[in-house]
Design a protein around this ligand. Structure first.
Ligand code: ADP
Ligand code: MG
Length: 275
């Protein structure tokens, strides 16, 4: 609920007036135009919007992989200026080490952090079981389906205990049925473990099913168009998708995404350095 972020407790993530301008030909392109957003601790927000509206740029800024032209992003009140262990990132492409088993992948970050073997095993067991890969702990990624690989990536991200999970269209490459199952599993994992999640998608159903709040962005220039609270029960199931409340929210988000004003060419500006 939006009231979560307007209370006195400071936000987990605070995006403050971020503008990102990329050079483009002889001019420049405004990928993000003065975007501000607070995300509360343990909140699950989804960001949805048309292709090119700056979703990935926003994610990369939060991950510390992209600089800003102006404004700043704060995590726990501290300005982001690079990647950090408190932020786990999951992309669309399965970033698993192909030569390591599921368990070795999940334990990789723990090993790097010099967590003792017995403790590593306990943590990997927990998260491998949580994502339903208990039977596949010793399998190599090539033996897994796409959905299973993303489950492994989620287990690996959780294992190092980040307080924030940043996910950029992690289910984008999966078939519709697998996708729905992973949404259910991710929401269940979040219910059990919490964490602050920023999840990017261009799938409206996915955005509503997963989130406490849906951030709808618009393109050219990339900006926040509307923020929609998702007042669905915390525990979500297959039935949630069939409820009239879900349908109403989905229609609202759909309208916000697909009935945006026509592209504004003011996003494209001649560069100050060219005549
Ligand atoms: P989304 O993820 O919402 O599809 P992106 O954040 O990837 O959008 O991109 C937003 C806009 O910024 C797009 O028009 C894209 O072409 C442009 N853009 C992204 N990265 C760069 C870059 N490195 N250089 C120039 N333009 C970029
Ligand atoms: Mg993107």
């Amino acid at each position: 609920m939006s009231t979560m972020t307007s209370t006195s407790c400071s936000p987990k993530i605070s995006v403050q007036g971020i503008t990102k301008v990329f050079p483009l030909g002889n001019g420049q392109f405004t990928a993000l135009d003065n975007v501000s957003l607070d995300v509360a601790d343990n909140e699950f927000v989804t960001i949805v919007g048309p292709s090119g509206c700056g979703k990935s740029t926003m994610m990369n800024v939060l991950a510390g992989l992209e600089t800003v032209s102006s404004g700043q992003a704060l995590v726990d009140g501290v300005a982001v200026n690079g990647p950090g262990p408190e932020r786990g990132v999951i992309f669309q492409q399965y970033a698993l080490f192909p030569w390591l088993t599921v368990r070795e992948n999940v334990e990789f970050g723990l090993k790097t952090a010099k967590v003792p073997k017995a403790e590593r095993r306990k943590i990997s067991d927990h998260f491998i079981n949580l994502v339903g890969l208990g039977q596949f702990a010793d399998a190599l990624p090539k033996m897994l389906s796409g959905g299973m690989r993303q489950r492994c990536a989620i287990a690996r991200a959780y294992a190092v205990n980040p307080s924030i999970l940043l996910m950029d269209e992690p289910f984008g490459a999966l078939d519709a049925l697998t996708r729905v199952k992973l949404q259910e599993q991710l929401r269940e994992t979040w219910s059990a473990e919490k964490r602050t999640v920023v999840f990017i998608t261009h799938d409206v159903d996915e955005a509503v099913y997963l989130a406490n709040r849906v951030i709808v962005m618009a393109a050219r220039p990339g900006r926040i168009h509307e923020i929609i609270d998702v007042d669905l029960p915390d525990q979500r199931t297959e039935e949630t998708r069939l409820s009239p409340e879900f349908t109403a929210l989905r229609n609202r988000v759909w309208n916000a995404v697909y009935h945006q004003e026509a592209a504004d060419d003011s996003a494209l500006a001649p560069s100050a350095t060219t005549a």
